[in-house]
Design a protein around this ligand. Structure first.
Ligand code: SF4
Length: 179
């Protein structure tokens, strides 16, 4: 099975507790007018990667404590996501954190995903003070999600800005994106 990727950041420290492998999945049908990642909306965009290759990329990354999934909307590739999560949980001690815009009733349709995830951050497009966390809330409430940003140059040369900016950083990002 393959999974459609928007971006990979092998080590990020602003997408959950500790050093994490960040995976932004491609595709989101919600079309929020103020989308923070519009390039990730097109389900045919990004690129495909086999679950096996992505799994090996994750486990060969040194020093990470977990994997964070965002997007796009990760749950729109639920089958592939669950297959990857299962492989990670069967053979590593990495924690799994998912940022999603799905609601709790929608998530209940995926019991295996709820079992495999260490934390699921609902309302992921809200300010972090309004996040709701499932499973083990103590691991992921807002004080453990640093209000900070990172700028990464990806393998394809694109620049990815990620994290939770403060007001000053939001202004800087707007200037950067509008150029
Ligand atoms: S749910 Fe998130 S990725 Fe999807 S359109 Fe809204 S802000 Fe963008």
């Amino acid at each position: 099975m393959s999974i459609r990727i928007h971006a990979l950041i092998p080590t990020t420290e602003v997408n959950g507790p500790g050093k994490r492998f960040g995976i932004w999945l491609q595709g989101c049908s919600r079309k929020c007018p103020d989308c923070y990642n519009p390039d990730a909306q097109d389900a045919a965009g990004g690129y495909e990667m086999s679950i096996e290759d992505l799994y090996h990329k994750i486990i060969s990354t040194q020093g990470i404590e977990g994997v964070s999934f965002s997007g796009g909307e990760p749950l729109e590739q639920a089958e592939a996501l669950i297959e990857l999560m299962t492989k990670i949980k069967e053979s590593t001690s990495l924690t799994i954190l998912i940022f999603t815009a799905f609601t709790m009733p929608q998530l209940k349709e995926y019991p295996s995903l709820l079992r495999l995830a260490d934390n699921i951050v609902l309302n992921a497009k809200q300010e972090k003070e309004h996040f709701n966390c499932l499973n083990r809330p103590s691991v992921c409430l807002s004080d453990q999600l640093p209000q900070d940003i990172e700028l990464h140059i990806l393998e394809n040369g694109d620049v990815q800005i990620t994290g939770f900016p403060n007001e000053y950083e939001k202004g800087l990002i707007e200037c950067f994106v509008s150029k």
